[in-house]
Design a protein around this ligand. Sequence first.
Ligand code: ADP
Length: 327
Amino acid sequence: MNLLAPYASLITLLLAFLLGMVVSYLLYRRHLLAIVNRRLPTATNTGFKVNSQDNVASLKKLNENLAASTRSLQAKEVELSLANQRLEKLEEAKSKFVAVTTHQLRTPLAAIKWTLHMLTAGQLGAVTPEQKTFIDKAFESTERIVSIVNNLLTVDKIEAESSDYTFIPVHLEEVVESVIFELKAPAQSKYLNLIFKPLAQPLPEVTADPIKLRMVLENLIDNAIKYTPQHGTVTVTLDDSRLNATPASVVVKVQDTGLGIKPADEGKIFQKFFRAESAVAMEPDGTGLGLYLAKDIIEHHGGTIWFDSGSGGTTFTFTLPLRPVVV
Ligand code: ADP
């Protein structure tokens, strides 16, 4: 002990220094931790519950909500598929109704047509000119009903995607001539000039469905007659300028001097059931199905259809490939 006595004050000083160092280190560490804590977002800052029990409860709630949403989605899915089934059944019923009624109508209509034809031709006894005028009007109206019935039937087939096409070689000139002959009477009753301009050289045969092609021509020429005021002109022209094009096609134009199509209506003309106001005013009877059908039929042959219209009238043009182009 005596040996350390001379160093006692030195040792005390050393111990005091060490103690000071430890205390300042602890203070400094506390200060640093405080800074870090202030800068880092804490769980409570970010909205998370620090408490793990709270966390479990929120997750449970979230899970319950998810399960409820899934159940309601599944219920909606079942509801939708039931509604779809009901729609399919309705669509089927509508198709059957249209098919049955139109077929049922066609036979008596054909009988009425032929009776009127026999009457007007004098085969059932002489008729006065006045009587003939009335019988002719009845005949025309019957023709119109037949055409509406045929359009309805074809549209229904298109929609049921059961439209069947029979492509055979067709002389286009013959089909045009036959349609013009059929529509002569309604044109004459409006004092219209109905002109057919065939080419000097006969066109090559086209491979087409003649019944469907006839419907297109009937609709276009009938429209030209319907929407042209009295004393106007309807001209049907054949054009061979695209015979060397790809695909080799013939072009048919139906031009009239009628009321024309307003620019605002241009985009709607080929839509199902569309009828312009001016057309309804001029010809109240109509279905708005003729052009929709015509477009579908021409496109089934690989052709295209369009129109140009102005104050001087309207021209509908379609191309018909010599051989149907698969589209
Ligand atoms: P619908 O003649 O029975 O009304 P369409 O489908 O044949 O039905 O024609 C649709 C509409 O297109 C017609 O209602 C008419 O507004 C317009 N349209 C068709 N052809 C002509 C035409 N040649 N001139 C003027 N408008 C026409």
